[in-house]
Design a protein. Structure first.
Length: 94
């Protein structure tokens, strides 16, 4: 899959690849506050072997055109960064 510009992804129900550098994590609001090192290692191993199987959920960042805010999928996002992936499957919702 190719990385697409923000305007092409708005309200996309179909997952598309989004560059990890274009995603910001909010300071609060995500349910999971802590995970074990074992869980994180398992997620990282899975992402390295299989890739990200379930897309993360994003919304457009109103303060920065072409950037996104993470809504769901923080562990998958962190594992993708640790696995040094350039992009991650995502659904973008307003």
């Amino acid at each position: 899959m190719d990385t697409l510009p923000a305007t092409a992804l708005r309200n996309s129900a179909t997952p598309r690849l989004v560059a990890l550098d274009d995603i910001a994590i909010p300071d609060q609001g995500l349910r999971r506050t802590a995970t074990s090192a074992e869980q994180d290692a398992g997620m990282l191993d899975s992402v390295r072997r299989l890739g990200v199987l379930q897309p993360i959920i994003l919304r457009p960042d109103p303060a920065a055109l072409g950037r996104y805010i993470l809504v769901a999928g923080r562990r998958r996002y962190r594992a993708a960064i640790a696995a040094e992936l350039g992009a991650i499957p995502a659904e973008v919702h307003d």
